[in-house]
Design a protein around this ligand. Structure first.
Ligand code: WTA
Length: 657
């Protein structure tokens, strides 16, 4: 790669507008890549001419129990049915088929715990563990369509239980282990699982964090009752076990058969759901299917990461997020790659942990998030210099915009200028990478390059017209794609409304972006009230609902503000209740704020970072009584206040609670 121009920017959104550096692929990268520039051009051409034929080709590379009648059934759009009429199971492609191939004795999974303990499972060993678990779940009465909630950090058992659930046709719903008991309760109430799988406790940042008590607490809050809680034994923390309902993982696995039948699913049957935040105060369950998801994830994993047989692939995302589902578990395993997973905090016990992992395991592809890169930059390059990173051949990022500075730092100090760095754009709802360079592409720091072949992206204004080059607009997708969301769990109407109603026929991503003269796309942030904290989505409405449950809070408005490490954090404007107001003294302000911050963290979980709180007497409202977050945002960031003609100055509005 060559660095053509000098740095021009200071790391802000404005800097993205002036960023002009370009990195061309090294001849060696082009020579080594399975996809050369001519192939890529051909793929784009083919997909433009007939995108369904393009996806059909991608589907041929996987095994099916029955072939599809039609590649895409659009009769009930936007409930698109990919590979309609086909029968399959993603686990057949992720595991079963490798057992009769040369991959049988290859490492499928390498796991490292935070204290340094490790486990390695070949495809054959993983297959057996999954089968035992599948048999155990079947014995507990779990069948097709039942939900299994998996509340685990990144452990081998997390992968095993996801695959076991999918194998028997159950729908898994992984809940990130950093979520609170309340957040878990909300998801249990919606998903109504038969079984919850959790762990006694796990290691994080040098501490042991108990998880099983949070499940007990969550179950007390909900009306739904689960048949069993299965508990993985990870630490020596003692846990309360209900003698009837709670079961140890090692007990249910003991003596189970190594073979289990893989359920034959319709391609359109649900595989998993994953809750994600939007503009409502409750997260929604995004549902993905066996067939379409399998094709989209397999295709993008093998193509974008130019997968090869000797790769050791490390996606640093927690298995509990979509990135973990698609590119820690399903993508690598379907491709027969060795996937690496790590339990703990990436900077524990020091900032060199990541690089020590790369060196010790010989990681070849590292797919991570800008937040982590920003944290590592703070420590400088000295930690990276202590380790041999020569096995790395490719780098990737996802989840939030990366500033050109962070991009160049990562490319230079970790990739040593020789590893392409791919900034990939996608979402929980898209299931698979949608916009990204290939390793052979020309790279522009801060840009996600062009849509992948077969992905029809447009940037449009409020009236649905394509905006001119260089102008910001709504990022929409104009053609269905295989790994797309199939619906929201138990809420078909919300699915239509949230994603398809604003611009008929177009999937609305909720992101704002612009296109440059080369067709390269630059993400500018969210169009809706969603905050990206360390790349994790949380709706301002969720924050506000959490604040509202505190006895001191009368009302509150939350906005996202920039943060140097996390990208964004929440800032809350809080009006305290009248009766408590009299008790509230100025010198207690800090204490009150801390109490509110702790409360919100307990309500939503550790990712819900409140950067600051401002206690106010009133909040600005428009004439219909709606809080004008735009004004608060302008105040907090020093931006333009915009049109204030509808602002209601009358304090009457401020008293309506
Ligand atoms: C943001 C994560 C800029 C975006 C896979 C999107 C990005 C949301 C990028 C989805 C990127 C994701 N550059 N922004 N490369 N990738 N985003 O559902 O706002 O957790 O809508 O999926 O993250 O977050 P989610």
């Amino acid at each position: 790669m060559t660095d053509n121009t000098q740095p021009t920017s200071n790391g802000t959104i404005e800097s993205l507008l002036t960023e002009q550096r370009v990195f061309r692929p090294l001849p060696r990268v082009i020579a080594d890549s399975a996809v050369n520039p001519a192939d890529l051009k051909h793929a784009h051409h083919k997909a433009n001419v007939n995108s369904l034929a393009y996806w059909e080709d991608a589907a041929e590379r996987l095994q099916w129990y029955r072939r599809w009648d039609t590649v895409l059934n659009e009769t009930d759009a936007p409930f698109y049915k990919w590979f309609y009429g086909a029968r399959c199971n993603i686990v057949h492609n992720a595991l079963d088929r490798h057992i009769t191939s040369p991959n049988r004795n290859k490492l499928a999974l390498i796991w490292e715990g935070e204290p340094g303990d490790t486990r390695r499972l070949t495809y054959f060993e993983l297959y057996r563990e999954v089968n035992k678990c599948a048999n155990a779940l079947r014995e507990l009465g779990v069948t097709r369509g039942d939900r299994v909630v998996i509340y685990l950090p990144s452990l081998p058992e997390t992968v095993i239980s996801m695959l076991a659930a999918a194998k028997i046709g159950a729908i898994h719903s992984v809940v990130f282990a950093g979520f609170s008991a309340n957040a878990l309760a909300e998801r249990i109430e919606d998903a109504k699982p038969k079984i919850i799988i959790t762990v006694d406790a796990f290691y994080r940042n040098g501490r042991i964090l108990s998880l099983k008590p949070l499940v007990d607490e969550a179950l007390k809050q909900v009306e739904h009752s689960v048949d069993h809680t299965i508990v993985v034994h990870r630490t020596h923390v003692t846990v309360d076990m209900d003698t009837e309902k709670d079961l140890w993982w090692h007990d249910i696995m003991r003596g189970k058969s190594y073979e289990a039948i893989t359920e034959t699913m319709d391609a359109t049957d649900p595989l998993f759901m994953l809750y994600t935040s939007g503009t409502t105060d409750k997260p929604k369950g995004v549902v993905h299917s066996h067939g379409g998801y399998m094709v989209g994830v397999h295709h993008t994993f093998t193509q974008v990461f130019d997968n090869n047989a000797t790769d050791i692939f490390w996606c640093t995302a927690d298995v509990g997020w979509i990135t973990g589902h698609s590119y820690v578990v399903y993508g690598p395993l379907m491709a027969g790659t060795t996937t690496f997973i790590y339990e703990g905090h990436q900077l524990y016990p020091e900032a060199g942990r990541l690089w020590s992992v790369v060196e010790r395991w010989g990681i070849s592809v590292l797919y991570t998030v800008p937040t982590l890169i920003r944290m590592l930059m703070r420590f400088g390059e000295k930690y990276a210099l202590r380790h041999d990173l020569s096995t790395l051949r490719l780098l990737g990022t996802v989840g939030e915009p990366i500033s050109p500075e962070a991009w160049v730092w990562f490319h230079k100090h970790i990739g040593k200028g020789k590893c392409p760095l791919l900034d990939t754009w996608w979402q929980t709802e898209t299931g698979m990478i949608m916009i990204s360079p290939y390793p052979i592409s020309i790279l522009k720091p801060g840009s996600v390059a062009r849509p992948l072949p077969g992905i029809d992206v447009d940037i449009i204004d409020d009236d649905g017209n394509t905006v001119p080059t260089g102008k910001g607009g709504y990022l929409v997708i104009k053609k269905p794609w295989p790994a797309m969301i199939t619906t929201l769990f138990n809420d078909d109407e919300a699915y239509k409304d949230i994603y398809w109603s604003r611009f008929p026929g177009c999937y609305c991503s909720g992101d704002i972006a612009r296109k440059d003269e080369d067709g390269y796309i630059w993400l500018q942030g969210r169009a809706d009230d969603v905050i990206l904290i360390s790349g994790h989505r949380i709706g301002t409405a969720e924050f506000e609902a959490a604040f509202a449950t505190h006895p001191l809070v009368a009302e509150c408005a939350v906005i996202g503000i920039p943060d140097t490490i996390r990208g964004e954090v929440a800032k809350a404007f809080v009006v305290l209740k009248e009766d408590t107001d009299t008790l509230y003294l100025m010198d207690e302000e800090e204490e009150t704020e801390q109490q509110l911050i702790d409360h919100v963290r307990a309500e939503l979980g550790s990712i819900a970072v409140v950067g600051s709180i401002e206690i106010r007497d009133t909040l600005p409202r428009n004439r219909s009584g709606k809080i004008m977050r735009r004004l608060l945002r302008a105040e907090a960031t020093g931006g333009d206040r915009g049109d204030t003609s509808t602002l209601e100055e009358d304090p009457f509005w401020a008293t309506i609670k």
